[in-house]
Unconditional design. Structure first.
Length: 94
């Protein structure tokens, strides 16, 4: 079957696979910026969506709620601040 190049719509985007949106890192970055600017309590899904440039629906399709999104965003920061092992307690003994 011959396909005429003129029949191909160059604006059509290829289908994406399921999972986190390509903007996932953008969303996490938006969450962290908002936390730094206004504090955790004031961060809303609406504010995150606006800052990340996506819809609230996209947020809720990828994170079930605000707490899950905040946890995912903050976990790397928390891990950086926790000691890998307590003094006098090697990891091997645990």
């Amino acid at each position: 079957m011959d396909v005429d190049v003129a029949d191909i719509d160059s604006t059509q985007q290829p289908r994406r696979s399921r999972g986190r949106p390509r903007s996932g890192a953008n969303v996490i970055h938006a969450v962290l910026q908002l936390i730094d600017e206004i504090g955790v309590k004031a961060v809303t899904m609406e504010g995150i969506a606006e800052r990340a440039g996506i819809s609230k629906i996209t947020l809720y399709r990828n994170w079930p709620n605000r707490a899950a999104l905040l946890a995912e965003a903050l976990l790397p920061r928390i891990r950086q601040q926790l000691p890998l092992e307590a003094p006098g307690y090697p990891v091997e003994k645990i």
